[in-house]
Structures are given as C-alpha cells and as structure tokens.
Ligand binder design. Structure first.
Ligand SMILES: *Cc1c(COP(=O)(O)O)cnc(C)c1O
Length: 491
C-alpha cells in the first residue's frame, strides 16, 4: 500500500514515510492509493477486543510495519492510560448510542489517535534510518494540543511545540496545556484565532529553506495535526468497534445499516467514518454536525465551500473552524482520485477562499447528511437529554445529538451512533450553564464538583491532576511571530 498526495499522484510513499512527513511538500495530504476493504467478515471481527481489532484495521493501511512493530505500537497506545478496558464504550441514552471517545489521558477524542501516533512515528523513523530529532509542530483549537503534548511528552527522539489561540480555548483546556510536563514540550499562546495558528504552521511546513536550516541543526519537522494519515487511520477503528459491539450484543443484525453522527470541525473524525464505510462497514448516512461556524453544512448542501464569513466563538470551541483541512481528502476522492482537480480547488480556496465542485462530485455527497446547532440549541440539548435520562454530554457531543434529533424522522437505517467527543468535565462551565441557573457566577472547579454530583460520575483523573499543578508555559506570540518562536525552541 502506497500513499499519494491529494495534489500529486506521481508521489508514492510507504505508510511510514507518509506518517513522518505529515503533509506533502506540494501542500497536499497523503491518501492511500486505494482504500482497502476488510479481509475478514464483521462476524469474525465482532468478538475481538479493541487492540485486536485495531491491528486488523491498521495492518491493511500500514503494511510496511511488521506484525510485531504494529502490535507493539497498539499495545503501547491502548493500555491503562484509558480508564476503561473497553477503550471506546457505547452508552445508550435517549434512543441513541453515544460512542464515548473520551476515556483517554486528556478526556477528549483526540487521545484515540494521539496515543498511538508517537509510537507510529518513532518506529517509522527507525525503519527509514532517520537520525534527526523529530519536531512536532501543532496548531490547536484546544483538544489536539493537550492530547499531542500528552502523547509526545518525554518520548525520546522527539520534541513537541503547540500553538493555541489565546482567547479561543476553554479555561480547563488552557490549564491542561500550560501545566504540561516534559522537557521536550513547549506551549505558545497566539494572539489570533485557530485558523491563524494553522495557517502559520502550514506555512512553516511548506518552507523548504527553513527545513534545511533546521536539518543542519539535527532536526526535522513533522505534524501531529489531524492531517497526518497516522491519525486518520487509527480513528477508523472505533467506528468498526462500535458496529461490532452492537452486533455482538444483538442490538443489530448482520448487515444492518447504522447511521453515524459526528460533531465536526476539521473533518478528520467524520472522514474516518467515511473510510470505514468505504471499507465495507454497513453505514447508511454519515451525519455531519456543525456549530454556528457552519461552513461544512453549507458545503454539503450546496457544493460550494466558502470560508468568507465571520468567525464565531462558540461553546464548542474545538469545532470553531472555517478551513476544514481534512475535507481535501474527501474532495480528492469525490473527484475520482483526481490530483489536478483537487489541487485546482485548493488553489481557489487559498486565493479567494471559495470553490464549487461539479455535478458529478456533488452526487458523491449522498453518503452524507448535514445539520447544525445554534448556541441555544446546543445548550438546550444538554438539558433535554439530562432531564430525560440523567446522562450528561459535553457541548460538542450536544451539537451532534441535537442535529441527529432534528433529522431523525427523515432517516432510514437501523440504529444511530453519535460520536461523543469530549467528557462534559472538560467543558464544565458551558455544560453547567445548561443545567443550572447560576453557573456563570461560579468558578470552573466548583462547577466540576457540582457536575460530578448531579451526574453521579467521578471527576476524571485528567481534571484532578491540573487542579494544583504549576504553570510551566507562559510564552505568547503574535501570529507573524510563530516562526521565530520555533527558532527559539530549537536553539
Ligand atoms: C477536534 C474535536 C472535534 C472535531 O473533530 P474533527 O476531526 O476536527 O472534525 C469535535 N469535538 C471535540 C471535543 C474535538 O476535540
């Protein structure tokens, strides 16, 4: 299995090199030459545990890893860092299954991929005889940053640097990042929004002069952002796992088609579900749920992607995104794996902030269904579900839950799985605003304790840890100062 760039099909790299590079030199994203199909039936897969299933999926994509190497990566990733051996448990509430992707170290779904990426990278470096220290640069809208820091902290042969929008993350997210330990970590607050951070980091990756400069100092850049194929592929696993659990538990019958509803920002999580469907998972609709930054909703409705609009700060900050990077992979596949066509659209996006796909490509969008939730709808959904069932979801999950409920009468398909992407404790202020009268007057830690008592769920270790931890990262930068911050870190 080789990987092409979405902007250059002549480029063909094995998985290990695609993982190390993160982004292709032409600005494109790595995609498998062909999306593989399952080589075992779901009936055979349904009794496997999470690690065993992860191997069955990932071996189809990362075929230049030996069995021992890949199983080693999986064992190091999905261990007791997760607070349940199930890794990604399903909870049934309000007639829908919530796939809880927040049982890892930082209590959000990015742990699912970022627990394994450092191991995939260090094995990839060894395989390719790479001597330079790997420097991870990451722009974050909140959750990626901490999950990447936690994944890479003190991993030998790596350094990690994270940029976050100074006023665009929740207080808990911020505290989680600035208290990060590990001598190889650095966290920088940027005066700008997430897109500013991401654009600056992308520019550094595309700056070949800078790359050779740091190579002389013994470093090479890589990306832990959701554009890395080493993050996308591990995310396929939990959708297959959810299906297998439903099958094993007799909630669905063989070949029943499920719907999957995903709170979407950068389009990584839902793209993994799309790959799962292409691999043969019986999926009816992939429901793309947006918050008020509904650029993807408009795109899926009209075939026009247009980022020229105000950027809105919402209570689901990890979805506050106007340029959904991973959508490029879908565009490439919709165009029939046409690199030139894809590159053309991305050029239009870079220059005018807008492109429109053609009629044939629009037909390919029928796998998807789209919806969005306003701020008010998001909070009222948290309240509704709690009143009906006692189950508390976070703001991101609530966006998806609301969208599913607003569309459910139009849906066929047997059951629906909603991706639950963060623990409500991570966004306690917004969640408690939805559930009680006077939350705005209280501090986060008080609200976390109140949330614990009304939901009957213990405060997660990830939160307990940061309560008294010292602040270790105080650096700030302007958006045009990001490159200099990198130079400082490497000198
Ligand atoms: C990152 C994130 C999302 C969005 O996922 P994408 O893969 O970027 O679409 C949704 N919810 C939470 C909590 C996240 O951290």
């Amino acid at each position: 299995m080789l990987y092409n760039s979405t902007r250059n099909k002549n480029l063909k790299l094995p998985a290990s090199l695609a993982i190390l590079k993160g982004l292709s030199d032409d600005g494109g994203l790595f995609v498998p030459e062909e999306i593989p199909v399952f080589d075992k039936s779901l009936d055979e897969l349904k009794d496997l545990n999470y690690r065993e299933l992860a191997y069955e999926i990932m071996k189809l994509y990362f075929d230049d890893f030996t069995e021992d190497e890949l199983k080693g990566c999986i064992a190091s990733a999905y261990d007791d860092k997760f607070d349940t051996d199930e890794i990604a448990p399903l909870t049934y509430a309000g007639k829908v299954y919530y796939l809880e992707l927040f049982h890892g170290k930082t209590i959000a779904f990015k742990d699912m991929a970022l627990s394994i990426l450092p191991h995939l990278m260090t094995v990839s470096a060894k395989k390719n005889d790479i001597k330079e220290e790997i420097v991870i640069l990451t722009a974050t809208s909140g959750d990626t940053g901490k999950a990447a820091l936690a994944g890479f902290a003190d991993v030998p042969g790596t350094r990690i640097m994270v940029f976050y929008p100074k006023d665009g993350v929740s207080p808990v997210q911020k505290l989680q990042m600035v208290t990060q330990t590990g001598d190889n970590t650095r966290v920088v607050a940027v005066n700008g929004n997430f897109d500013d951070c991401q654009t600056a980091v992308k520019a550094i990756f595309n700056d070949s002069g800078f790359a050779s400069e740091i190579k002389e100092k013994g470093f090479c850049f890589s990306s832990a952002n959701s554009i890395n194929i080493g993050r996308l592929i591990p995310q396929i696993v939990y959708y297959v796992y959810a299906y297998c659990r439903l099958l094993r538990d007799g909630r669905i019958n063989a070949n029943d088609r499920i719907n999957i509803c995903v709170p979407t920002g950068n389009f990584g999580n839902i793209l993994a579900a799309y790959y799962a469907k292409r691999m043969g998972l019986p999926v009816n609709r992939l429901i793309c749920a947006s918050n008020e930054n509904k650029v993807l909703f408009d795109f899926l409705k009209s075939g026009i992607y247009d980022r020229n609009r105000p950027f809105i700060l919402t209570c689901s900050p990890s979805m506050d995104i106007l340029i959904s990077s991973n959508l490029e992979r879908l565009i490439y596949h919709l165009a029939g794996d046409d690199d030139e066509k894809c590159a053309g659209f991305m050029k239009e996006l870079a220059s005018g902030g807008r492109y429109e796909i053609d009629e044939t490509m629009k037909e390919g969008l029928s796998d998807f269904l789209e919806g969005f939730a306003t701020e008010e709808q998001t909070l009222s959904e948290i309240r509704r579900l709690y009143d009906d069932t006692g189950y508390v979801i976070d703001t991101h999950t609530a966006v998806a839950s609301f969208v599913y409920n607003s569309l459910k009468d139009t849906l066929t398909g047997e059951e629906t799985v909603v991706a639950s992407t963060a623990s409500p404790f991570k966004f306690a202020k917004s969640v408690m605003t939805a559930l009680s009268e006077d939350a705005s007057k209280k501090d986060d830690m008080t609200l976390i304790d109140e949330l614990s008592s009304i939901s009957n769920v213990e405060v997660p270790a990830a939160i307990k840890e940061i309560k008294n931890a010292p602040i270790r990262h105080k650096i700030e930068a302007e958006k045009d100062g990001i490159k200099k911050a990198v130079t400082d870190f490497l000198s």
